[in-house]
Design a binder for this molecule. Structure first.
Ligand SMILES: CSC[C@H]1O[C@@H](n2cnc3c(O)ncnc32)[C@H](O)[C@@H]1O
Ligand SMILES: [Zn+2]
Length: 432
């Protein structure tokens, strides 16, 4: 018994290009088992009428900190160093583990509402985000943020927490893990070597912040006479599949290293602009065939987790900055947010596309919205006109986790009550 989505305009990939075709989509258990125009012998427990609807692969947010939605709109209009070191880190000291659970659920609600079905997280609260992923029905790839210098006690503790969390959830179908050394300015080479050894033993990839701000580059130059990319490459960190968030401030040599080592670059345009860090050299990276995927970063530096917003920004800013209307196309932006993310996470055989045999991680948008009228080129429409508010129904792993905008497994009101309490306790509510 399965789910039949009937007569829907489906966004399919043909020869590396997205096309739209009207199809019936058959889902059994966690997978897409048929994409057809012919009636099929199929026992369905549910039929979804796809008339005037658009079916997309679920979007993949490749860099966020889901617990940080508790800090939304509380440290704004600040440069990166002031934002992180003077405002966010002191606030993080006041958090208790339960706050991270409710923050993650709030983020998951926002992501599902705007069509994200899988996210890569860096967090500091073992088991809390994992529990939120399990409870909500979304797919998550988690990395305990690791900070350490040499073989120090804090670094070892964080690493053991990461391993324990991986072990606790090793059998989950929607959860997987990467190692998450935070950044080269919070992890020295000796600690990075220890993390890399563990990643090799466990056959896990790496998730790290790299080359985000000018100060990061200047400090690294002063202290080690190299760039952050060179610093981590010197200890062969990129031997493991790496997802590097930001990569804004790059030299030609850095780009050559990223290409040669097949590093996945996660671009976060809203966060990079909001913190005054600049723009990643996206077209140069594309020319080198580097896999680029899309992230929102946390809600404290964006301040939203909406990948529709991110796709639009990405395509628009690079046209503007490079004075080239073809710099990043709507097709490119949608690829970054879907199949490139899946490739970076080494999940390209299961998510990121609508294809037989792939996981049923799917989103259904209502086309009866003014921003999608007339329906000339709906791929352009998704990137330049879509807002995310058109997403009505979301499936993850073959389960309907949101239907007509109502969450199946999350009590939305309960989440808001907890978030308000956290905000009051932290003294963040109505400060302005
Ligand atoms: C140790 S858990 C993650 C750690 O990362 C901090 N963080 C959030 N956003 C950014 C960013 O854009 N660059 C660097 N670090 C960031 C977060 O506050 C946590 O401390
Ligand atoms: Zn980040």
């Amino acid at each position: 018994m399965g789910i039949l989505i009937k007569n829907i305009k489906a966004v399919l990939l043909q020869e590396e290009k997205f096309v739209i075709e009207t199809k019936d989509i058959y889902i059994e258990k966690d997978k897409i088992v048929g994409i057809s125009n012919e009636p099929k012998n199929f026992i369905q427990e549910k039929i979804i009428d796809g008339t005037n609807k658009l079916l997309l692969p679920g979007l993949i947010n490749c860099h966020t900190h889901s617990y940080m939605s508790v800090f939304r709109n509380c440290a704004d209009d600040l440069a990166f160093d002031d934002w992180l070191f003077k405002n966010i880190l002191p606030l993080e000291d006041k958090l208790i583990p339960e706050d991270a659970y409710w923050g993650a659920l709030l983020s998951i609600m926002e992501m599902l509402r705007t069509g994200t079905t899988c996210f890569l997280d860096m967090h500091m609260f073992p088991n809390e985000i994992a529990k939120a992923v399990e409870d909500s029905g979304i797919r998550g790839v988690l990395s305990r943020g690791l900070v350490g210098f040499g073989d120090d006690e804090g670094g070892r503790l964080r690493l053991s927490q990461a391993k324990e969390e991986m072990n606790n959830y090793k059998d989950s179908s929607r959860l997987s893990f990467l190692y998450g050394p935070h950044a080269p300015y919070t992890c020295d080479q000796d600690y990075l070597k220890i993390v890399l050894e563990e990643a090799k033993k466990d056959n896990k990839g790496i998730h790290i912040h790299l080359s985000e701000s000018k100060n990061e580059i200047e400090n690294m130059k002063k202290q080690n006479n190299c760039t952050p990319i060179e610093y981590v490459n010197q200890i062969n960190l990129f031997d493991k599949n790496t997802l590097a968030a930001h990569c804004v401030q790059l030299t030609e040599k850095d780009i050559e290293i990223l290409r040669e080592k097949k590093v996945n670059v996660i671009t976060n345009p809203a966060s990079n602009m909001k913190l005054g860090n600049g723009f990643a050299p996206i077209t140069k990276l594309m020319e080198q065939g580097i896999n680029i995927c899309l992230g929102t970063d946390g809600a404290a530096s964006n301040n939203s987790l909406n990948l529709f917003h991110e796709m639009s920004l990405l395509a628009l800013i690079h046209k503007g900055v490079e004075e080239n209307a073809q710099a990043v196309s709507a097709q490119d932006a949608l690829k970054f947010a879907t199949m490139n993310g899946a490739r970076a996470l080494q999940m390209e055989d299961s998510i990121g596309q609508i294809k037989e045999g792939m996981k049923a991680d799917l989103i259904i948008l209502n086309l009866n919205n003014p921003q999608f009228s007339p329906r000339n080129n709906l791929i352009a429409g998704l990137c330049y006109s879509g807002t995310g508010s058109e997403v009505e129904t979301v499936l993850v792993d073959g389960n309907i986790v949101m239907e007509d905008k109502k969450f199946t497994f999350i009590d939305e009101k309960e989440v808001y009550v907890h978030i308000e309490q956290i905000s009051k306790r932290l003294g963040l509510d109505r400060r302005y």
